[in-house]
Design a binder for this molecule. Structure first.
Ligand SMILES: *Cc1c(COP(=O)(O)O)cnc(C)c1O
Length: 731
């Protein structure tokens, strides 16, 4: 065995890395540990979980097959195996577990069982725990420090059938009047907080197939290739990052976007089946677990993040699926606190961010330029989850360039760590100002040295914003199965009003994970640069200017997340991707080869919607169905109608609540808008009795007093002055 010691200068933590056969690239792993901000016992346990001496610990319900699977896994890994029941408890108690349980009773039994596990010290062994071991916290922590805990997540019904067949009668908690199902459900909470990796077992899964899944999960755990830039080759080790680094950094150093280095996780159809009966939060956990290595973010931590993120949604389904007409379904993505789909990511991403910076002593200032929905969603997410407040957010927006409602939303954000600044200038100025600030080395080091503050962006290219968006597309599919619209395996189409390509890229990843999405339909308004690209293969900024539309969130010229799609569709050809973007920078356009275009078009089709079509559709759909769409959703609806083949279900992403764009929507309905006061506009909308109802948080925010009100001139000096003033105040 060989140890490598390294000292991380900034954190002064010594990290020991154990070299082993399972580490294909030990140097990279060392660097990963190096970059991860780990302290105390976690340093120790990460080392052990990767070390060659680590145990593989199988955990799960009684009847999950732990004993047999333990033997199978031990054989595959050429390791010895210990069954805690048969090989540890019974020999040391000199009686059967059943006898012991009836002798001492359940409470004492758990205590004695825990004490026995605390005495257990083996390395390099496959260990099959008892079903009740996880109920003893201290013992579980002890064993978990010796290796990697694999949770066999077997369907409850399978367990019940097996226990019935086996006539098992020695389960802790078993007594007359308590059903086995209740005992097992009660147990889940202990399993759920004790595992490193969950293995989702299919219904009636064979032991061979479960063993195979365990081996794959272990492989994936050990394969810590992390993330690379879309413009950098896979082999460039120097640019591989772990999750926390990628979330802190946002944009890669070479201007590219971070993508997973070792491909996209995949679930089998039979595993997706297991997620059908799950809540949104449970689906989110199981899906994100596939992407997030537990040593970057433990899955029990991930679970609590997900739970609090989606607790803030005003619908218990989080992202409900509503039938619109014919084969069309609306995926209502607007039930979050700020009423646009951005909440789905921005209630979670700030928690990822907090985790990523938690061991740093620097403060972070998140700087955002917004022309609308991003500002309020970033403010809400970061002010809600700032915690120990070493993060603050400052949002710049064009004072006369966002809607009254969006302004009201931003200004009502509570918390000392938020600052909202209206700029006498346009959005372009705000965005350019922030870009200049990020490139202003003098200012950056001034802020570091004098205030201990680092600047960062939370824009839609951040991996932490993209990842949560995979979940709702997969969840949409499972809901259609749940509603008996389709059977598992049937294809669907998804139509999305698209700006920065973030939402649609989430769907692309959901498909790569195994969700049978036939086509992604990219919908644009008059700013149709993306649609033209998808139809011709030429992304052309020459002679293009931005048109202002009634769907402003997709008024866009540079669609930044498209780069991730191009990276995927070229099979990870980062050199080609790099050429595209170099050409875009220098020649203002790029063109993909006919082969790549063909590949793109097998997955993605695109269409546009003009202002009149958008307006008419809002009115017609409302008249015919009583459902009121916002302007962005209407863009998607128009394109869905144009490109609809009618044969399979079409999911339309409803990206904002209609009230958020109240004046436009009222005008489309032929109502005269006589007031600029959002509360009155909401009343006017409510009087039409539309489906869905008004958005509760949006309705209440308009009666809240503005807590922030800075308006500055549109020049760099004033922006910088405002930043420094805010830093001084919030420090
Ligand atoms: C941000 C936004 C979009 C565009 O999403 P992208 O991920 O940038 O494509 C569409 N609709 C609404 C309402 C938005 O706020």
């Amino acid at each position: 065995m060989m140890f490598t010691f390294r000292i991380a200068a900034r954190h002064s933590i010594a990290v020991a890395v154990v070299k082993s056969k399972t580490h294909k690239v030990t140097a990279i792993n060392a660097r990963f540990l190096f970059g991860v901000t780990v302290q105390g016992p976690r340093t120790f346990s990460i080392d052990v979980k990767y070390g060659k001496d680590r145990n593989v610990i199988l955990m799960g319900c009684p009847g999950a097959g732990k004993t047999t699977l333990g033997r199978m896994i031990a054989k595959s890994l050429s390791m010895p195996v210990v069954d805690i029941d048969d090989d540890h408890l019974e020999p040391s108690w000199k009686t059967t577990v059943g006898n012991k349980l009836s002798e001492v009773g359940p409470e004492r039994f758990l205590q004695l069982e825990g004490e026995a596990l605390l005495q257990f010290n083996r390395h390099k062994t496959v260990i099959s725990l008892t079903g009740s071991n996880p109920m003893h916290q201290e013992a579980m922590e002890h064993i978990s420090k010796s290796g990697i805990v694999v949770f066999l997540d077997v369907p409850l019904q399978d367990i019940l059938n097996r226990l019935e067949r086996m006539k098992v009668d020695r389960i802790v908690g078993q007594r007359p009047g308590v059903s086995m199902a209740d005992i097992l459900k009660y147990r889940q909470q202990f399993y759920e907080k004790s595992y490193d990796i969950r293995v989702i077992c299919a219904e009636n899964d064979s032991l061979e197939s479960i063993a195979d899944k365990i081996m794959k999960a272990l492989e994936r755990f050990d394969d810590r290739q992390g993330y690379v830039s879309s413009r950098n080759s896979k082999n460039a080790e120097s640019d591989q990052m772990n999750l926390n680094q990628v979330i802190r950094k946002g944009l890669a150093g070479d201007g590219g976007l971070y993508v997973p280095a070792s491909g996209i996780p995949h679930l089998q159809t039979t595993q997706w089946n297991r997620l059908i009966s799950c809540s949104y939060q449970e689906r989110a956990l199981r899906i994100l677990e596939q992407w997030i290595n537990p040593t970057d973010l433990s899955h029990s931590n991930l679970k609590s993040m997900i739970d609090s993120a989606y607790d803030s949604f005003n619908c218990n389904k989080v992202v409900p699926m509503v039938h619109l007409e014919r084969n069309q379904y609306l995926l209502e993505l607007f039930h979050g606190p700020t009423a646009s789909f951005k909440d789905a990511a921005l209630q979670l991403m700030p928690q990822f961010f907090r985790e990523a910076v938690k061991c740093e002593s620097t403060r972070y200032l998140i700087l955002v330029a917004t022309s609308g929905d991003t500002g309020s969603a970033v403010l809400d997410g970061f002010s809600r989850y700032s915690g120990d407040s070493n993060q603050s957010v400052m949002v710049l927006f064009p004072e006369d360039g966002v809607s009254e409602i969006q302004k009201v939303q931003m200004r009502a954000t509570p918390g000392d760590n938020a600052h909202v600044v209206g700029v006498r200038g346009d959005f372009d100025f705000c965005q350019t100002a922030i870009k200049k600030i990020f490139n202003d080395v003098t200012l950056i080091s001034h802020l570091r040295e004098n205030y201990n503050v680092k600047l960062t962006a939370a824009n839609s290219i951040n991996w932490g914003r993209l990842l949560p968006q995979v979940v709702y597309h997969a969840s949409a599919y499972l809901d259609l199965v749940n509603q008996n619209v389709i059977s598992v395996g049937d294809p669907i189409d998804i139509c999305i009003p698209t700006g920065n390509f973030g939402n649609i890229q989430g769907a692309v990843y959901a498909k790569a994970m195994g969700i049978p999405i036939r086509r992604f339909i990219c919908a644009s308004n008059n700013n149709n640069i993306l649609t033209t690209f998808l139809n011709t293969g030429i992304y052309d900024l020459r002679n293009r200017s931005l048109h202002q539309t009634i769907s402003p969130a997709i008024d866009i010229l540079k669609s930044s997340n498209l780069e991730r799609f191009l990276h995927l569709v070229t099979g990870g050809d980062s050199r080609t991707v790099c050429q595209y973007y170099k050409s875009l920078e220098t020649q203002k356009y790029f063109e993909v080869s006919p082969e790549i275009l063909k590949k793109i078009q097998t997955d993605v089709i695109a269409g546009t919607c003009n202002e009149q079509e958008c307006c008419e559709t809002i009115a017609t759909v409302f008249k015919e169905t009583g459902y009121l769409m916002d302007t962005h959703t209407a863009v998607a609806k128009v394109v869905a109608d144009k490109l609809n083949t009618g044969d399979i279900p079409m999911v339309i992403a409803a990206t904002a609540h209609y009230a958020k764009f109240a004046p436009h929507v009222l005008q489309c309905l032929g109502q005269s808008v006589t007031t600029s006061d959002p509360a009155s506009q909401f009343k006017q909308l409510a009087a039409l009795k539309p489906r869905p109802l008004l958005h509760p948080e949006l309705s209440s925010v308009v009666s809240k007093p503005p807590l922030h009100h800075s308006v500055i001139d549109g020049n760099m000096q004033d922006v910088i002055k405002e930043i420094v003033k805010f830093i001084q105040r919030s420090g």
